[in-house]
Design a protein. Sequence first.
Length: 272
Amino acid sequence: ADEITQLAEATNEANASTSPPVSDGVKEHASVEISMLGRIKQVLGIRTLRYIILGQMLLFAGFSGLFSTVTIYFERVNDLGAKEATLLTGPVGSLGLILGSIVGSIIGDRVARKNPGGRVTIAATCLALSAVCLVLFVVTPVLGVKVALFVFINAFNITALSNIGASTTDVLPASKRGSGFGIAQFLITIGSSAGALIVFAISQFVINTSFGGQETTESLKLGISYGIASLIIPLTIGAVLIWTAKKSFDRDAMAALAEADTGPTAPSPQIH
């Protein structure tokens, strides 16, 4: 028994002497922790991603603001009943979304094969076209033209959205995708919630300042028209921000691709 014990001790000593020493760098990495705030700063430090996320937030502000209030707009401006307005905007809006999803994915994939940054160009262009269509939507008095423009607005918005999503993946390193998409969804939620609020706030402001707060047929019509028109601002600013993201897209996409090929320079830190 003593011989077996001595043999085991000798084996353990031999293993300890031949094991490579743990470097200070590994110990340091093992103890490194990055707070959630620090991870957010890292994500927003990616220039292209910063502009894309902000542009996406403004897109949703305009998108959701129009979609949630357009029924009321048709009721007040075009004298449709609630049932007729709902039956009109639901299928028409869905048609625009379906067409935009199909066309946007096809065009985006084809352009990306030749120019990976082309998706950003498509998104910015479609968002700008959506803003132009919204201007025409507000100023034209013809119901049929408004309906057609509503289809185009939704098609352009969803095309922009699908290409923005793909561009986000291109510039976001794998080690930061959890935080990156979390931040994007947080800001998108804010934008979606703010859309209808902007429309009704502007509408009520117009009614209060121009008609002394009296909700007449004319005041309600003018108020909702200005409210819908105000969504042109976030759509336009969003298009400018996404267009600005083009300048640094190639650099940030190459950095994300390099990490995918070689792995992160340090072990993924623990988040608390």
